[in-house]
Structures are given as C-alpha cells and as structure tokens.
Ligand binder design. Structure first.
Ligand code: G3P
Length: 218
C-alpha cells in the first residue's frame, strides 16, 4: 500500500519523507491556498519545491474546467517535473482530458470521485489514479469505505490498472480499513500516518526496558 501525504505544507512533506515511508504527495487548490500560495508563478514554483523534497509522484490540480484549458494547463504542469501527476476533476471534459493525457503517457489523478460509476469511467479513460473522497462521504452519512470496496471489486473484475487512491482520509482508522480492503494508495494528513505509530503498551514497555537496563548497568 502506498502512503501519500495530502498537503502543500513543505515542512510536513519533509517530515513524512524523512520518516522513510512516503510514496507521494497530493495537493489541491484549497491546500495551496491554506499555505498562502497564490498566483500562477508562485503555485508552479511551489510544485517544483515539493518535487525537490518528495521522491514519489506529486499530484498538481488543473483549475480550468473546459477541455482545451485542462490540456493547456495539464501540459504546463507535466512539464514542471517528471514526477508531476496531472489532477483532473471528474467532469465530462475531465474524462476527455484524462484520455488525452493517458494516450500521451502523462500520468493523471481523477479527483472528486464520489461513486463507483465515476470510478469506472475514470479507469476506462485510462486514469493512473482515481481519488474517491471517503471522508467527505462519511461527512454526509454515506459509507466512504464501502465505495473503496465497490471500486476494488470492479477494478479486479476487469484487471483495470488504475490505482485506487483513497482520498479525504482523515484518521488512522481510515488508513487501516483502506489497507484491509486493498486500496492501492491512501492520501491523508501527516497525523493519519503518525497515528499508526502510537500504542501506550509500546511506551510503557520501552520505559521498563530502559529502567531495567539502568538497574543492571549503573
Ligand atoms: O485528497 C482530497 C482531500 O484533500 C480532501 O480532503 O479533508 O478536505 O475532505 P478533505
């Protein structure tokens, strides 16, 4: 299972990268705005900085919503770095744009996916990744993890190569449940990764080991 971090914060990306378990980064316009990154030039430079820190795929989202605009922007983003993945929304022109980039061998991440039908369409268009937003489904009393399971079943039925990238992951239980279902990737905040570390018995056990060592070696 690949671990992506869902942020545009360079310190957090570095922290996750330094942990040695990071496989990529996802961003979106809201996450860029949260870091105060505005203006086309600054945004493009920020993507380059992320690529310098992280060693895996970096999703960069198009702002255009028409086919020509998405192609122009996507090509500009893909030219920034070889590990940039063009992130495209699940809309009609977006499906066409995914097909265009797939034919050109440029990686894509189909975002804002909320149904199995949308995920099927993204795979048919040749998306590299499909991003079902599980947290936002949970927010409206709909089981986000069930969507991951449905997509897993459909993709396995036909050996689609599109990777399921569970997005809008909010906490460690989302990560664990996605792992059980067989999601290829999860993207979440640093806390969802670091939360996997914690267990009180680990802390208590370590304290005792160190105390016992001290007794015998002082
Ligand atoms: O990867 C999609 C993600 O950024 C959305 O997360 O927490 O805003 O629903 P959230």
């Amino acid at each position: 299972m690949k671990f992506f971090i869902d942020t545009a914060n360079l310190d957090q990306i570095k922290e996750a990268q330094d942990l040695g378990v990071l496989d990529g980064v996802t961003t979106n316009p809201s996450l860029m705005a949260k870091e105060g990154i505005t203006g086309r030039e600054n945004i493009l430079n920020h993507y380059k900085k992320i690529c310098e820190i992280a060693t895996g795929d970096v999703s960069a989202e198009v702002i255009a919503t028409d086919y020509e605009g998405m192609i122009k922007e996507g090509e500009e983003l893909a030219a920034l770095h070889e590990r940039i993945v063009v992130k495209i929304p699940m809309i009609k022109d977006g499906v066409k744009a995914i097909k265009y980039f797939s034919d050109k061998g440029i990686k894509t991440n189909c975002t804002l996916v909320f149904s199995a039908g949308q995920a099927l369409l993204a795979a048919k268009a040749g998306a590299t990744y499909v991003s079902p937003f599980i947290g936002r489904l949970d927010d409206i009393s709909t089981d986000g993890l069930n969507l991951i399971a449905e997509i897993r079943l459909i993709y396995d039925n036909y050996n689609f190569e599109t990777e399921i990238l569970a997005a809008s992951v909010r906490h460690t239980m989302h990560v664990l449940e996605c792992a059980k279902i067989g999601s290829d990737v999860m993207t979440g905040p640093l806390s969802s990764i670091e939360g996997l570390l914690k267990h009180p018995l680990t802390d208590i056990g370590l304290e005792k080991f160190l105390a016992d060592y001290k007794k015998g070696n002082s």
